[in-house]
Ligand binder design. Structure first.
Ligand code: ADP
Ligand code: 2DT
Ligand code: MG
Length: 209
């Protein structure tokens, strides 16, 4: 019997939408059901490139926006081989932000067009499902406790949200993330289980074919 592949599931959305909370809960529940699944997150601040990104986000270093954009993409390429291998060996990856955050944040902060922003990520593993967690401005404000990291500003979030919507294709679904944690989790679990079943015999795609 050939090994069924895992799925590449991505959670996207603005700050405080609940991505990190939901990614953890989803993997815990999938594992509890006997499904092999692991968390990945971007930026991955533990890699060599990730360490520079961490210094940039925490304002220890300043860098031009084009350089930062390429670093975020490079951080995904650092993990590409391992992620692909893991998925093809049967493990589902649930990823906290991915290429869409890369394009959307740079488009929102620099005004560069999305095709420029997408280009460095071309050829990365394509998510089987991107769940866009959407929250209203009111709810975001109630959850927000903006720190000192770059991009933690409410006025930037609308632009990011608009860019994320422009990036949607047939693999995306929107999820109302204003609900309580367990309701959002139940929706994401149903989406994840169906995606895992749907893609297990299909090849893993490439961005942005
Ligand atoms: P993100 O990773 O999208 O920035 P987090 O998962 O870190 O969001 O959540 C941001 C904050 O909001 C955390 O304090 C978290 O406990 C809380 N939170 C997450 N989801 C919900 C929810 N559905 N309802 C209320 N609070 C939430
Ligand atoms: P977290 O708060 O989720 O750790 O994100 N970002 C992220 C980009 O600008 N480009 C990217 O490619 C990615 C993955 C979003 C830290 C910040 O990094 C931004 C918020
Ligand atoms: Mg988070």
């Amino acid at each position: 019997m050939t090994t069924k592949r895992g799925a590449l599931l991505v959670l996207e959305g603005c700050d405080r939408a609940g991505k990190s909370t939901q990614v953890q809960k989803l993997v815990t529940e999938l594992n509890a059901r006997g499904i092999s699944a692991e968390v990945r997150r971007f930026p991955d601040r533990t890699t060599e490139v990730g360490k520079i990104i961490d210094k940039y986000l925490s304002r220890v270093v300043d860098l031009p926006p084009e350089t930062v954009h390429l670093l975020f993409s490079s951080n995904r390429w650092e993990k590409y081989t391992e992620m692909r291998k893991t998925i093809l060996s049967g493990t589902t990856l649930v990823v906290d932000r991915y290429a869409a955050s890369g394009a959307a944040y740079t488009a929102a902060t620099t005004g560069k067009d999305l095709s420029w922003c997408k280009e460095p990520d071309r050829g990365l593993a394509k998510p089987d499902l991107v769940a866009l967690l959407e929250i209203s401005e009111d709810v975001q404000a109630s959850r927000a406790n903006w720190g000192s990291e770059r991009f933690e500003r409410s006025e930037l979030q609308q632009k990011v949200s608009s860019s994320l919507h422009q990036l949607m294709d047939e693999s995306w679904v929107t999820v109302d993330a204003n609900d309580d944690i367990d309701k959002v989790h139940a929706k994401l679990l149903a989406l994840a289980l169906s995606a895992i079943e749907m893609v297990k015999d299909k090849p893993l795609g490439e961005l942005y074919d």
